[in-house]
Ligand binder design. Structure first.
Ligand SMILES: [Zn+2]
Ligand SMILES: [Zn+2]
Length: 350
């Protein structure tokens, strides 16, 4: 997105002030942190990426709201993606305000170097199986590590499940799928959705084989849960763009978009193809970090179609050899429109 979102002040039902602090997390990529005045507390929700520009934007936003980072009493994270927690090393120099997040993102933030080493190995495996060959694979891995290398681990003070998903006046719900420990946060009639639902962007997905609690099924179930949990909310704020005026409508639009991509994935799989080949077919040539993101997306779709028995693997002989080989999938049969996505649950699991 090229247009930066603007600093904006909102109010909850009882008049608590919520400020949106847009930061340039990466060049031309904007993220929202939020500053909430509860009366007793001054809470920062998410922190930007930690790049110099992001930290400067964060301080500028705090100052427009009449504060500095040294005034914060709490820091809460919606999820463990670098554009949301990367500002922590900087903030820790300014304030010892207690930091909270969901258990499943704990190690990403507090033992980052270990997680990065493990994730790099898993990504290597995923990319080889996806059919991404030597040099290109190396480039993608390097890019993956580069965006995260600036960060160093920060200790976490408390976790949400241990706090019964309630921190002072804030209520949390665990919504995995975009990130393992993703939560939405509720304060009175205001919902912070993090990146689970965005107004103008379809949130990223990646396969569960890369990270537990990811994958299409978790993501779609979380969309349904968020929709029900947010009934009656009058303001829905997200991690990257503008407030979402119609959450159920936006959820439906995201489901439609994903369903269209899965339809294209199934079309590409009328003959045996690797995840890399399907990705080329569906998205065409992609450069930079986006090349990795679309491989992970198609990886999530293929994983889900295979789990649901709609695909077969066509090169079992090669895989059985024990040789490192790309996996080739093929569609088993024609798939109805009603089968493209896993069924939306009719019950609520909140
Ligand atoms: Zn995210
Ligand atoms: Zn984000």
């Amino acid at each position: 997105m090229s247009q930066p979102p603007a600093f904006t002040t909102f109010q909850t039902r009882t008049g608590k002030r919520v400020h949106r602090l847009p930061v340039e997390a990466f060049p031309n990529m904007w993220a929202n942190a939020y500053l909430v005045e509860t009366g007793d507390w001054l809470v920062l929700i998410d922190t930007g990426s930690g790049r110099d520009k992001s930290n400067e934007d964060l301080e500028a936003g705090l100052s427009r709201a009449g504060y500095r980072s040294t005034d914060l009493t709490h820091i809460l994270l919606t999820h463990g993606h670098i554009d949301h927690f990367g500002g922590l090393p900087y903030l820790r120099q300014q304030t010892q305000a207690p930091l909270g997040l969901h258990e499943l993102d704990l190690q990403t933030v507090s033992r980052h170097e270990e997680r990065l080493a493990l994730m790099t190995r898993r990504l290597q495996d995923f990319l080889s199986q996806a059919g991404v060959a030597g040099e290109r694979r190396g480039e993608l891995i390097q890019m993956y590590r580069f965006t995260k290398a600036l960060y160093h681990s920060v200790p976490v003070d408390f976790t949400y499940e241990a706090s019964d998903m309630q921190v002072g006046p804030f209520e949390m719900i665990h919504l995995p799928g975009h990130c393992p420990g993703h939560v939405a946060i509720k304060l009175e009639d205001v919902i912070f959705t993090g990146d689970l639902v965005l107004e103008r962007i379809v949130p990223h997905q990646s396969p569960e084989e890369l990270t537990p609690y990811m994958g299409l099924r978790h993501y779609l179930e979380s969309l349904t849960a968020l929709k029900h949990w947010s009934e009656g909310a009058s303001l829905v704020l997200n991690g990257h763009d503008d407030p979402i005026p119609d959450l159920p409508g936006r959820v439906e639009a995201i489901r439609r978009h994903v369903s269209g991509r899965i339809r294209q994935t199934l079309e590409a799989l009328s003959e045996p193809r690797t995840i890399d080949e399907v990705t080329q077919q569906v998205y065409g040539p992609m450069g930079g970090y986006n090349a990795l993101l679309v491989l992970e997306k198609i990886g999530a779709y293929v994983e889900n179609l295979y789990q649901r028995g709609l695909l077969e693997i066509t090169n079992l002989d090669e895989l059985d050899n024990g040789q490192p080989a790309a996996v080739e999938y093929r569609r088993l049969r024609d798939v109805n429109d009603s089968e493209i996505l896993p069924k939306e649950k009719s019950y609520v699991f909140v």
